[in-house]
Design a protein around this ligand. Structure first.
Ligand SMILES: [Ca+2]
Ligand SMILES: [Ca+2]
Length: 398
């Protein structure tokens, strides 16, 4: 699947996708894995008959594929320019399976605590938003013949379109109900040189120059800039503007903008806003009371992702104003607030297919949980079946 959001896989959709739902009848035994980690899912047994059957569904918070895993391709981790943009594919694979050995599987926690006076009130919510693009591929440092190294070297990757000294790369954000009384808003941005010479540049936010700086050649630069001027609500325009190179009039000063991330505090008033909205609670070691107002959507649902634990927070709403207690253990609890009708069902949002479509049972995919088995080994061999004998020969080489 390729969209960030909350997904529901219904019994009907799983059945239509050849998942053996009649054999997989126990709601407790379903498991979902992403990037090797079991996910916290909700298996709704709608008719409460203890059987996964018609009308039931599996719900989870899903994320599309980003660039985090790509960092391991590079000569060093710091050469990787952009964790928000995959070099290959925005489609993430989630593995649904059925555990014959255990009913003790990861499930969303349902938060029903209404003891609002027992906990501190969170002063503000926090928003981070990232804008990134795959308009131009910067191949990184290259020689006099414009040939780059075969390996992944510093800064190689996708960027916004290349701009020169008489142009600027421009990114717009929509700010909602910011509050700057506790923390100054900030932008984090990455830039990359796209020719061999010097790159003087300015960063301009809503017409105000925030910094003027220079990098050299095909180097990568990441910077965090606090913003003293910030709109309460409305447009925030961020520009990377390469400047004329005073020492060399023939330098076109080509640069690429990689991503821009903004971080700011906001109120919990959502009047006039559309959903879904995403934000954080940045608190530690306690539940916190959040007083939401003007959440003008018919059936609001609030999901909290705390590290990889997922909570669904019960909302008792009247007219869009409600109090909730948000669990917070280690800082950033990520929240998604959306309407029930914005949940993604499988059609158009996710492809459900068997890991192995070969009808021969001997070739069915099987997963060995080496971690659970406590096995130790020095290496793992991954190979095509046709090469398996040869691949095993490697195992005997010491
Ligand atoms: Ca049922
Ligand atoms: Ca390369």
């Amino acid at each position: 699947m390729w969209k960030d959001g909350v997904y529901r896989l219904t019994y009907h959709d799983l059945q239509n996708s050849s998942v053996p739902v009649n054999a997989w009848f126990s709601p407790d035994r379903y498991q979902l894995f992403h990037r090797g980690t079991e996910q916290f899912i909700r298996v709704l047994d709608n008719d409460q008959n203890g059987i996964f059957n018609n009308g039931d569904f599996i719900e989870f918070v899903g994320t599309k594929n980003d660039g985090v895993f790509d960092a391991q391709l590079y000569d060093t981790i710091t050469s990787h320019p952009n964790p928000y943009q995959s070099l290959f594919n925005d489609t993430a694979a989630y593995y649904l399976t059925y555990n014959l050995n255990s009913t003790n599987n990861r499930r969303m926690k349902i938060e029903n605590d209404q003891n609002f006076t027992a906990y501190p009130t969170a002063p503000l919510l926090k928003v981070t938003e990232v804008k990134t693009a795959a308009q131009d591929y910067n191949i990184g440092e290259r020689d006099a013949n414009s040939i780059a190294d075969n390996s992944y070297t510093q800064g190689e990757g996708f960027y916004f379109n290349k701009v020169s000294f008489n142009q600027s790369a421009s990114v717009d954000f929509t700010i909602n109900k910011s509050n700057t009384t506790i923390n100054a808003p900030e932008i984090e941005m990455v830039q990359m040189g796209a020719n061999a010479l010097s790159h003087p540049y300015s960063v301009i936010v809503n017409g105000n120059t925030v910094t003027t700086n220079a990098i050299y050649g095909y180097s990568l630069n990441k910077e965090v800039l606090p913003l003293s001027l910030f709109p309460g609500s409305g447009n925030l325009n961020v520009k990377l503007q390469p400047l004329a190179d005073a020492s060399n009039p023939f330098n076109a000063n080509y640069m690429n903008l990689g991503y821009v991330k903004i971080t700011y505090d906001r109120t919990s008033d959502f009047s006039g806003e559309s959903f879904p909205v995403r934000f954080y609670l940045d608190q530690n070691n306690s539940k916190h009371l959040v007083n939401f107002t003007n959440v003008n959507t018919a059936n609001p649902l609030l999901y909290v992702v705390d590290n990889d634990t997922v909570h669904l927070v019960s909302i008792n709403t009247t007219g869009g104003n409600f109090n909730v207690l948000i669990p917070a253990y280690n800082g950033k609890s990520k929240m998604i607030l959306l309407d029930n009708n914005q949940i993604f069902y499988s059609t158009g949002n996710v492809t459900i297919e068997s890991v192995n479509k070969d009808p021969n049972p001997n070739t069915y995919a099987r997963f060995n949980n080496y971690k659970l088995a406590g096995a130790t080994s020095d290496f793992l061999i991954v190979s095509n079946r046709a090469l398996w004998t040869g691949a095993n020969a490697y195992a005997t080489i010491s």
